[in-house]
Write a protein that binds this ligand. Structure first.
Ligand code: DGJ
Length: 378
């Protein structure tokens, strides 16, 4: 009898183990915003502030690798691949940090919001990211550019700098270029200072060294022109800069958007010839209300609209911050809004919040879903 009980216990444990293994191996068939999301190795997907490249029938998700204690880059930019967007395979580190402290991408530097685009003419995969040099806080405000012959990498850093040194934005007037007031003439956050920022105070300050570049995304238009969109001027003003044909440099054409509007986390898409940009306000790692901007021409004019989020916690973008908007391959007018729910006390536990973009009267609307799948677009 004792023997039988032992056998039953053994079988029960085996059954439970088998069931849990089966559960772990089960394929995802839906998105669960804000919930833990595991890769093919049953490890948490670690690709924060990310973006997605679609290439040859596969999606590649690039993002910031985060640890448990720090937001700094101790590993680099990670890559995951998927054919269905629900299930992701770990493809390892696409851009690795360097052990050499003299490298701009030294371990312990800050690497944020990586995005990758493909250049069909050069056959290179081109990664842009926000880079802060080790030990310098957020002062460098550089863009890093890295390239690879394959989507998964390894990517090699080819340069890092500020943007468009010695070039004026297209929408800065001659009076704004030649004004003589200086940042030290003002106290931050006063009305006069805000007016001065609108009038290009920081664009002039950074004219020689190049414009600051922090939160960012990339966009390739229907004519294959590439654009770098970034928070500049101490995060006070967004810029859109046109890229050269090989996507490795700037043409020198760029504009300011919403001067002094304090926008971060830009994410952009195009529908019916119109450009839509969703951004956040600027409150560190804490969530705030999203903003929506539209334009008929990517290089302006851009118009600001009310918060596109509706429902409970809409004023906090459902406790998240935009990072990318993904057009779904083969589906018309189907876009996924991708956002991060940051957790600075344990960055690796930051969650992904993805929603389908719903259109109401031609305008994008974001609503909370506990669970959804791609059939919402059918
Ligand atoms: C908010 C930005 O959107 C993030 O990418 C990051 O730079 C944090 N601020 C740092 O506080």
């Amino acid at each position: 009898m004792k023997k039988m009980t032992g056998a039953y216990t053994y079988l029960t444990v085996l059954l439970i183990a088998l069931l849990s293994y089966n559960d772990m191996m089960a394929q995802n068939t839906a998105f669960y915003p804000g919930k833990l999301w595991f890769d093919n190795n049953q490890r948490l997907i670690n690709a924060h502030g990310g973006g997605i490249l679609y290439h040859d029938g596969q999606y590649y998700w690039f993002g910031e690798h985060k640890g448990e204690h720090s937001n700094a880059a101790w590993v680099g930019v990670t890559c995951y691949s998927s054919s269905d967007l629900y299930n992701w395979q770990d493809e390892g580190v696409a851009l690795a940090v360097k052990k050499d402290d003299k490298s701009p991408i030294a371990a312990g530097s800050t690497i944020e919001r990586p995005k990758v685009i493909y250049n069909a003419a050069t056959k290179k995969f081109v990664m842009y990211f926000h880079l802060e040099l080790k030990g310098q806080g957020y002062d460098a405000a550089h863009v890093g550019v890295a390239i690879s012959d394959t989507p998964k990498g390894p990517y090699q850093l080819i340069k890092n700098s500020r943007v468009n040194a010695g070039k004026w934005p297209l929408n800065v007037t001659t009076a704004q270029q030649t004004a003589t007031d200086k940042p030290e003439d003002y106290q931050w956050w006063t009305k006069e200072w805000t007016k001065a920022i609108e009038n290009g105070l920081f664009v002039r300050r950074d004219f020689e060294s190049g414009q600051m570049s922090r939160d960012m995304t990339l966009f390739v238009d229907d004519d294959n022109k590439g654009y770098h969109i970034y928070s500049s001027e101490d995060n006070l003003t967004l810029h859109i800069a046109e890229l050269t044909e090989d996507y490795l440099d700037y043409t020198g054409k760029y504009i300011r958007i919403a001067p002094a509007g304090h926008n971060e986390a830009p994410a952009i898409f195009k529908k019916d010839g119109r450009y839509f940009m969703i951004t956040s306000g600027c409150t560190g790692w804490d969530p705030n209300a999203a903003r929506l901007l539209t334009a008929d021409n990517i290089l302006g004019e851009w118009t600001l609209h009310p918060n596109p989020c509706v429902g409970k916690d809409a004023e906090l973008t459902f406790h998240s911050q935009s990072t990318y908007i993904l057009p779904i391959a083969g589906k018309k007018d189907a876009f996924i809004f991708m956002a991060d729910r940051w957790k600075p006390s344990n960055p690796i536990d930051g969650r992904y919040v993805w929603f389908p973009i719903v259109f109401e009267d031609g305008m994008p609307v974001l609503k909370w879903f506990d669970k959804w799948d791609l059939s919402v677009f059918d």
